[in-house]
Design a protein around this ligand. Sequence first.
Ligand code: B16
Ligand code: MG
Length: 219
Amino acid sequence: MSKVGVIFDLDGVIVDTAKYHFLAWKKLADGLGFEFTEEHNELLKGVSRVRSLEILLDIGNVTVSEEKKQEFLVSKNEDYLGYITKMEADEILPGASELLDALDAAGIKYVLGSASKNAPLILKQIGLYDRFEGIVDGNSVSKAKPDPEVFLIGAEKLKLSPDQCVVFEDAIAGIEAAKNANMISVGIGDKNTLSEADYNFNDLTEVPVNFFEALMTLN
Ligand code: B16
Ligand code: MG
C-alpha cells in the first residue's frame, strides 16, 4: 500500500462524550420511572440517536407513540447539548492531539466518521474542527454503523480507495462497519470487546510512531 488515510470515530476515540449521553439518557429514564445504568449505556456506544432511544425504551419495557418518541429525542438532545456546549480542549482524550500532529507532519490526511449529529459542534468546542480534511457525521448518512456508508463517504473525502483507509473505532458496530467497508480497523479500548479489529490499542497514546509507515510497507 503506497498511501494511507485515516478515519477517526469521535466519541470514545477523540473525546469521551459517552458520559454526557449517559446523563441525558438517564434523566429521560428517571422521568419514565426506570433505572438506566452505566452498563446499559455501554449498549448505546456508536449507535445512532434513534436506535439508542429504542434500546432505552426496551430496557424500561416502555411503549410510546411515534410523536412521544420525537419529543424524547428532542428533550434528550437539549439536555446533551447543555453538557457539550461547555466542553473545551482539555477534554481531548490522551494521545489524540499528538497523533493528529504526527499525521500532519507525515502528510497523512484524516477525516471524521461519526454517528453523532453533534460532531461538528463538539469538534468546534474542542478546537479540532479545522484540522480534519472532511467531516462525515450522523447528518450525512442514511444508514447507521455497522453499515459501511459513513466510512465509504470518508474514503471519498480522502480521495482514497477503501483498502487505503485506516479506521480508529471504539465500538463493535464501528469495527464491523470498517470491515464491511474493506478498510483496516483499529480498535481503541478493550481488546477483548474489540477482538474483531485488525489492530488493538488501549488508547491513542499506544499507537507506535511508525504505525502508518509500517502499514504503507505492507503489500
Ligand atoms: P448524537 P460516535 C455516537 O458517536 C455515540 O457513540 C453514540 O452513543 C450516540 O448515540 C451517537 O453518536 C449519536 O449521537 O445524538 O449526538 O447524534 O462514537 O459515532 O462518534
Ligand atoms: Mg465511538
